[in-house]
Ligand binder design. Structure first.
Ligand SMILES: Nc1ncnc2c1ncn2[C@@H]1O[C@H](COP(=O)(O)OP(=O)(O)OP(=O)(O)O)[C@@H](O)[C@H]1O
Length: 251
C-alpha cells in the first residue's frame, strides 16, 4: 500500500513561495493501476516527482509498504514523458539498467522474465540499437520493457503515450495493459486524455486546479475494455468525468 497523507509541495520563486500541490490524501492499493488527470499546472508532475524521490522537499507523509518513501530502499520505476532512455546505452543495456544498479545477477528465472517481456513488446531484434536509432513507438516499448524488467514496487509514468501518434499510442497502451495484466505492478500514471484514463485506469483520480487536490476517485468499470468507444457505458462515464473535471478545474 502506498499511503499519502496531507502531502503539500511549495516552490520558492525569488522571495515568494508558490503552493504547487496539495494537500493530497490518497491510498494506492497494491496491484492496481491508477490514472491521474487534472488541468495543466495543477501539480501532477510535482506529485510524481515526490513519489519517485526526485523532489525531497515536501510536507506531509508518504509511506510505501508501511515504510517512509525511500527510492534507495524501495524499487520505484519512473517513465518520464521523453521515455528516459540513456542515449549512450543500447536497448539491451537500457533494459538491464536497474539490474546493473542493484548489482542483481541474472538467474534463469529472471532471464525468462526478460525474454518474455522483450518478446511481448517485440523489441528483441532491436537489442543492439541505440535510442537515436529507434522510432517514438519503439522507444516507448523499450521504456515499458525496462520498467517491467525492474519489477518495481511502484511504477510511475508521466504522460507516457503523449508523444506518440494515435495508432502507435493505441498499440502501446494495449501492449502495456497486456504485460500489466501478467505482473499487476502497482502503477500510477498521469494523462490528459479522458479516453486513455478510461481504457488504462482501474481507478481514475481527478485533481483540482493548482494547488491540486483530489476531487474524486472513480472505480472504473470500463478498465481494459476493447472497442471502448462502441460501449454504451463509455459515453456516460466520459461525460461524468468531463463534468467532475470541469467542476474541479473551475473553468
Ligand atoms: N521549479 C519550479 N519552480 C517554481 N514553480 C514551479 C516549478 N515547477 C513547477 N512549478 C509550478 O508548480 C505548479 C505545478 O507544476 P507541475 O509541473 O507539477 O504541473 P502539471 O500538472 O504537471 O502541469 P502540466 O500538466 O502542464 O505538465 C505550476 O503552477 C508550476 O508553474
Amino acid at each position: 500500500m502506498l499511503e499519502i497523507e496531507e502531502l503539500s509541495v511549495g516552490y520558492r520563486s525569488g522571495k515568494k513561495m508558490i503552493h504547487a500541490l496539495g494537500p493530497i490524501n490518497l491510498k494506492i492499493t497494491p496491484g492496481d493501476i491508477y490514472a491521474l488527470i487534472g488541468p495543466s499546472g495543477c501539480g501532477k508532475s510535482t506529485f510524481l516527482h515526490v513519489l519517485s524521490g526526485i523532489t525531497k522537499d515536501y510536507q506531509g507523509k508518504v509511506t510505501l509498504k508501511g515504510e517512509g518513501l525511500d527510492p534507495k530502499k524501495q524499487d520505484i520505476g519512473f517513465i518520464p514523458q521523453n521515455f528516459g532512455l540513456l542515449p549512450w546505452k543500447n536497448v539491451q543495456k537500457n533494459c538491464r539498467l536497474s539490474l546493473k544498479i542493484k548489482k542483481q545477477n541474472i538467474d534463469p528465472l529472471l532471464a525468462e522474465r526478460m525474454d518474455y517481456i522483450m518478446d511481448k513488446l517485440n523489441i528483441r531484434s532491436l537489442q543492439d540499437r541505440y535510442p537515436r536509432e529507434l522510432s517514438g513507438g519503439q522507444k516507448q516499448r523499450v521504456a515499458i520493457a525496462r520498467a517491467f524488467i525492474m519489477n518495481p514496487d511502484l511504477l510511475l509514468m508521466d504522460e507516457p503515450f503523449s508523444a506518440l501518434d494515435a495508432l502507435t499510442r493505441e498499440e502501446a497502451q494495449e501492449l502495456f495493459i497486456d504485460i500489466w495484466n501478467q505482473y499487476k505492478t502497482t502503477t500510477l500514471f498521469v494523462t490528459h486524455s479522458i479516453e486513455e484514463a478510461i481504457y488504462m485506469g482501474k481507478k481514475i483520480v481527478i485533481m483540482s486546479h493548482c494547488p491540486g487536490t483530489v476531487v474524486e476517485i472513480i472505480d472504473n468499470p470500463l478498465f481494459n475494455t476493447e472497442n471502448l468507444r462502441e460501449n454504451e457505458e463509455y459515453l456516460k462515464l466520459s461525460t461524468h468525468l468531463r463534468n467532475v473535471v470541469k467542476k474541479g478545474w473551475k473553468i
